[in-house]
Design a protein around this ligand. Structure first.
Ligand code: ZN
Ligand code: ZN
Length: 275
């Protein structure tokens, strides 16, 4: 009797395993239909980006006229925003794909705080496509993501900038630096309550390059989810240059803008490329 039961058990396990293998094979040949990662709607461009047309159209993309320094939308008559006129950046330039507002703001928060990893990669794909069309990644540049402090990485389980980089990778054939090429030594408070100067002071010496040989002589492009005051990108650029990097550029999914910038955005959509 006992033997029979054991036999049945084994047969059940075998059946389950066969079913699983069969299902995996089916998924390979006929991948399961995946809807838009934001609204669940139909994907017209299946296999390209897991976002539907409607959600892609609602992304507040930066127009043709923006600050040559940080990528902030500007009226076509200007080449640099006030920040970039007053500050000498350590990075050569940053380019931002979209404005940190509306649905994109919610999506970024979803990636950061609601563990929506797949959406992170999909937004990275959008970054990769836009950056490729607009030639925003310098030729031969090595890409790397802004690091998280190890405690925060443990809490969250992933680095959102790394997810974006995974998406970009699908459209970018260039070299990528592994996580750990630059590390964050302190979980610094970069709350928006701090003044831009305090943010910069707080970040000084926070980043560290364990093996300078990896970055020495290279043109680098740093990937992040948001550009606010540029303090983080500047401190990373300063650290990488000190370790011997040739040039540091930035590419962010979004950029924070003031109400005035938003008013200017309508004009920039029809403006000419300023840099
Ligand atoms: Zn959608
Ligand atoms: Zn600027």
């Amino acid at each position: 009797m006992e033997m029979r039961e054991k036999g049945w058990l084994r047969a059940g396990q075998v059946r389950k395993r066969v079913h699983r293998t069969f299902q995996a094979g089916l998924d390979l040949v006929f991948p399961p239909q995946v809807g838009c990662l934001v609204c669940g709607g139909d994907l017209l461009t299946r296999g390209i980006i897991d976002l539907c047309h409607h959600c892609l159209e609602r992304l507040p993309l930066v127009g043709d006229s923006f600050c040559c320094g940080c990528g902030r939308p500007l009226p076509p008559s200007k080449t640099h925003c006030q920040d970039c006129t007053e500050l000498q950046h350590f990075f050569v330039q940053n380019r931002a794909v979209a404005i940190y507002s509306g649905p994109l703001k919610e999506q970024i928060q979803g990636v950061k705080y609601r563990h929506d990893r797949r959406l992170g990669v999909a937004l990275g794909e959008v970054m990769g496509l836009v950056a490729k069309r607009r030639k925003w990644i310098p030729r031969g540049a090595h890409l790397l993501s802004v690091p998280l402090h190890h405690q925060r990485l443990r809490q969250r389980g992933y680095n959102q900038a790394e997810l974006l980089l995974q998406g970009i990778e699908r459209y970018h054939n260039g070299p990528i630096l592994k996580p750990g090429s630059i590390i964050r030594r302190e979980a610094t408070d970069v709350s928006s309550k701090l003044s831009p100067l305090e943010r910069r002071r707080n970040l000084q010496g926070v980043f560290f390059v364990p093996r300078p040989g990896i970055v020495a002589g290279k043109v680098l492009c740093v990937i992040d989810d948001i550009y606010t005051t540029g303090a983080t990108l500047d401190e990373i650029a300063r650290t990488l240059l000190k370790a011997g990097a040739k040039e540091v550029h930035g590419l962010t999914l979004s950029i924070a803008v003031s109400d005035q910038d938003l008013l200017n955005t309508a004009a920039t959509a029809r403006g000419l490329a300023s840099c």
